[in-house]
Design a protein around this ligand. Structure first.
Ligand code: CGF
Length: 839
């Protein structure tokens, strides 16, 4: 008789073996074992990649029992789960995170060292999985970390792009894009589950039919089918047993389809179709805040949404006979409008595939979904041409029309005769070519809509989504963004973490407000001295990196003034450049004048098709070239553009900053999250009253923040009055000198054409009002320099900034989502602790 297989965690004899044990000897054995059996290498022939892979498997093994137990607990307890739908997850490297969350850093370091290797080198070998553009994708990654840490049942759903965000190279000062082959050597962190593959339909047409009960129904006859294969990556919580999955879908051609073509002898056609299907998960669109109306992008969105919803429904039906109570087991969050087609797909699945009537399906849908808006830029609000929608998703378009019809009926009843209101609220933009407005769909189909910082939510209510706010004020809620202190303090700034631990223990890592207790040391000379030493240490490390990568020698004692983020005109990297050139002009006029030595560091990618952003990169490098080599400057100003800004580079940069540049035009940056990472690591902010800057200033204290510039209201008022940038140019000699220097070709070897588009755009439009804010910004920088010269004062301000950032832990943000939007509770995962001593 065959014996049923006993799950490993229920085996009567628990053995601390090579896959679970955590003492140094066991770790060493496991590492060697994986190198031999999984990488197929002797140590003498192994490369750094082999070592990295072997160590990654060693760690993944140690996550598995917690991971499977987490899944089993959720199933058995039939808990409500948060499903976070996001087209981007910018996770950053996994290995360091796993070491921290498994509390294995020291033992693994020892095991690796005793094996004759260097852990830091191995850590550096992990490719940075760049499955996101910037803030939105990184926010999703911080959120899944906090969800697991807070023991919230959650699944992140997204796309397993074969190519993530491009690698940025700098050639002759210009950005060049290089494909990101992050999967080249395989991905040891993920586990594929082809058994849970789902089919996704595309194209075709719909038809009416009678079902068995004699009712009229609609069915979708697709032209094409694609299969979604899930790949799960464990997301361990810090200091808990919870390990939640990040489930990313890969597109594969459906066998049926190929088979037909093969049978017909059309081999090329079958292969071409296979490639076409698999293209869906090939590459991440490298645009941030600028949607591109490309068919493939809509296919990507629908693909991962359909896979995920089918998966959610399957999970629900394992424990419930019907879908009427789906909202009791599932809270689905739409991270921006990229997954908003989920509203229509859920309706289709409920009605067409699960026989639910419209009203019930709509009630379930609305109760299940909530939507986060991430942008105020009107050009960034996604819309899809009705023609494309109909071609790819004919059934969904019908459903959207019906949602719209019913919705507008209501509006007409509530606001009779207001046709303008109707056309603004409509899910279909009919002002010219017809478009489906995804934000409108998301607002109508969700029970909650949130912005990502207080000002942003306020502006959504009074501007971008004001008509919806008027209809449903109760739906709108603010959820100020946050970032995980595990990655953004502990992992990236270990010396600072050590200092905190030595004073108050490790509790702050799960409750950042505990840092407030350290305020009593703000005047303690020893503490301040240690604080300065840590910053200097971090600056030295960054200086070393700059030397190795850019060949530029920078002085770690100079002020590190840093702006790293996507390059975008609204973020105003060029305002920063104008100030640098103004300082340079001063030096040229009077080379002996006192100037606080400063290293200006930039980093960030530009969307490949965004000419002006690319020109800003070129200008940065050109200004750097001239100023860094001018003997009059005597090294007092250095400018560095660090190429390929990504999560790993961010981990080096934030801890080394003295000054954080957050200078977007007020009312344009929804929140920002880099601003939080800088402040948590003790950088002072120079910033406008925009996004989360406002709240950072409130928390840090007005006196600990360098504020400048117009408010969002003043920006609007100035524009309304008729803004003319040339007035500022002609009345401000310093500004004029700066612009004239660029226009004269001083930074382009006399070429007056190169930067003309940038100069003209400022002189004749200046959409983001750099000129209006120029003088305030320059003056504010004077204040910064003066303060920096008083190191005691600066240190005090830096300490207070870092200690007062509790609000910006993503744990706080996630708790608010749980309580106010998702209605979910923590579910602790009970496990017998493996004794680390006996292991
Ligand atoms: O989302 C952003 C970022 N660029 O990804 N937007 N989008 N789309 C906003 O511009 C940021 O201000 C915001 O912090 C981030 C996450 O909410």
């Amino acid at each position: 008789m065959t014996q049923p297989l006993i799950p490993i965690d229920q085996c009567p004899i628990q053995i601390e073996d090579d896959r679970t044990g955590t003492n140094v000897e066991t770790l060493k054995r496991a590492f060697a074992d994986n190198l031999f059996y999984l990488q197929g290498k002797y140590e003498s022939l192994a490369t750094q990649d082999d070592f990295y892979m072997a160590l990654a498997y060693t760690l993944r093994d140690r996550l598995l029992s917690r991971w499977l137990k987490t899944m089993k607990t959720y199933m058995e307890k039939d808990v409500k789960v948060v499903y976070y739908l996001s087209a981007e997850f910018l996770m950053g490297r996994h290995m360091g995170n796993s070491l921290i969350n498994l509390h294995l850093y020291d033992r693994v370091r020892q095991a690796v060292e005793e094996s004759g290797l260097d852990l830091d080198e191995i850590l550096e070998h992990e490719p940075d999985p760049g499955l996101g553009n910037g803030g939105l994708g990184r926010l999703a990654a911080c959120f899944v970390d906090s969800l697991a840490t807070l023991e919230i049942p959650a699944v992140g759903y997204g796309i397993r792009y074969e190519f993530g965000i491009f690698t940025q190279a700098i050639r002759d000062g210009w950005q060049a894009e290089v494909p990101d082959k992050w999967l080249r050597f395989g991905n040891p962190w993920e586990i594929a589950h082809p058994d849970q593959a789902v089919e996704v339909k595309l194209g075709g047409h719909t038809e009416m039919y009678h079902n068995e009960k004699g009712e009229y129904k609609v069915r979708w006859i697709p032209a094409n089918r694609v299969v979604g294969i899930p790949y799960d990556t464990p997301v361990p919580g810090y200091d808990t047993n919870t390990v939640n999955p990040l489930r990313l879908w890969r597109a594969e051609a459906s066998d049926d389809f190929n088979f037909d073509a093969f049978n017909a002898g059309n081999y090329d056609g079958a292969v071409a179709e296979k490639m076409r299907s698999e293209t869906i998960s090939k590459v991440l669109y490298p645009n941030d805040n600028t949607p591109q109306g490309k068919q493939l992008r809509l296919e990507q969105q629908f693909f991962f949404v359909s896979c995920s919803l089918q998966d959610i429904i399957r999970t629900h039906l394992l424990r419930h006979p019907s879908l009427h109570n789906l909202h009791d087991t599932a809270a689905i969050q739409l991270n921006d409008t990229h997954p908003a087609v989920a509203i229509a797909e859920m309706m289709r699945l409920l009605m067409d595939e699960h026989e639910m009537d419209w009203n019930t399906a709509w009630r379930v849908t609305q109760k299940t979904f909530s939507y986060t808006n991430h942008t105020l830029l009107p050009e960034a609000l996604e819309k899809w041409s009705v023609g494309l929608f109909e071609y790819l998703l004919p059934r969904h378009l019908e459903i959207i029309y019906e949602i719209n019809r019913r919705f507008l009926e209501d509006v007409k009843r509530w606001y009779p005769g207001d046709d303008n209101l109707i056309s603004r609220l409509s899910l279909i933009d009919e002002s010219g070519e017809k478009y489906v407005r995804m934000a409108n769909l998301a607002c109508v189909g969700s029970h909650a809509v949130n912005g990502v910082a207080a000002l942003h939510t306020q502006l959504l209510k009074q501007d971008t989504l004001r008509d919806f706010y008027k209809l449903w004020p109760g739906k709108f809620i603010n959820k100020t963004n946050g970032v995980t202190p595990r990655r953004w303090i502990l992992m990236c700034n270990p010396k600072l973490a050590e200092l905190y631990n030595s004073k108050i223990g490790e509790g702050w890592l799960k409750d950042l407000s505990q840092l407030k207790q350290l305020e009593k040391y703000v005047d303690d000379p020893d503490f301040c001295q240690q604080w300065r030493e840590i910053k200097l240490h971090n600056k030295r490390q960054l200086a070393q990196y700059i030397w190795e990568h850019n060949g530029i020698e920078v002085d770690p004692h100079s002020m590190f003034d840093i702006q790293v983020k996507r390059i975008h005109e609204y973020k105003r990297q060029h305002l920063n450049l104008l100030h640098i050139i103004a300082l340079y002009n001063q030096i040229k006029q009077n080379p002996d004048q006192h100037i606080v030595p400063c290293t200006f560091i930039f980093g960030g990618k530009a969307a490949p098709g965004y000419f002006m952003a690319k020109l800003i990169i070129k200008l940065t490098n050109s200004v750097a070239d001239v100023i860094n080599h001018d003997p009059d400057v005597r090294g007092r100003l250095k400018i560095v553009f660090l190429n390929n800004f990504n999560v790993s580079l961010g981990q080096r940069i934030y801890p080394a900053a003295d000054l954080s540049e957050q200078v977007s035009t007020a009312g344009k940056e929804a929140s920002g999250t880099g601003n939080m990472k800088f402040a948590m690591n003790g950088a002072m902010t120079i910033g406008t009253l925009d996004g989360a800057n406002i709240e950072i200033r409130e928390e840090a204290g007005e006196e600990n923040f360098f504020l400048f510039g117009l408010t969002a209201q003043e920006v609007a008022d100035t524009k309304a009055k008729g803004y003319n940038p040339r007035d500022y140019y002609s009345s401000n000699p310093s500004l004029k000198a700066v612009i004239d220097r660029i226009a004269a070709g001083y930074f382009s070897h006399g070429d007056k054409e190169l930067f003309k588009p940038l100069v003209d755009s400022l002189m004749y439009h200046d959409q983001y009002m750099l000129f209006a804010d120029y003088q305030a910004y320059v003056d504010c920088h004077k204040q910064v320099s003066k303060t920096y010269s008083d190191q005691d004062k600066w240190t005090r301000m830096s300490i207070l900034n870092a200690l007062r950032m509790a609000k910006f832990s993503s744990d706080r943000t996630i708790r608010e989502y749980c309580n106010e939007i998702w209605n979910v509770q923590p579910v602790p995962i009970e496990m017998e602790e493996y004794s680390q001593e006996n292991a």
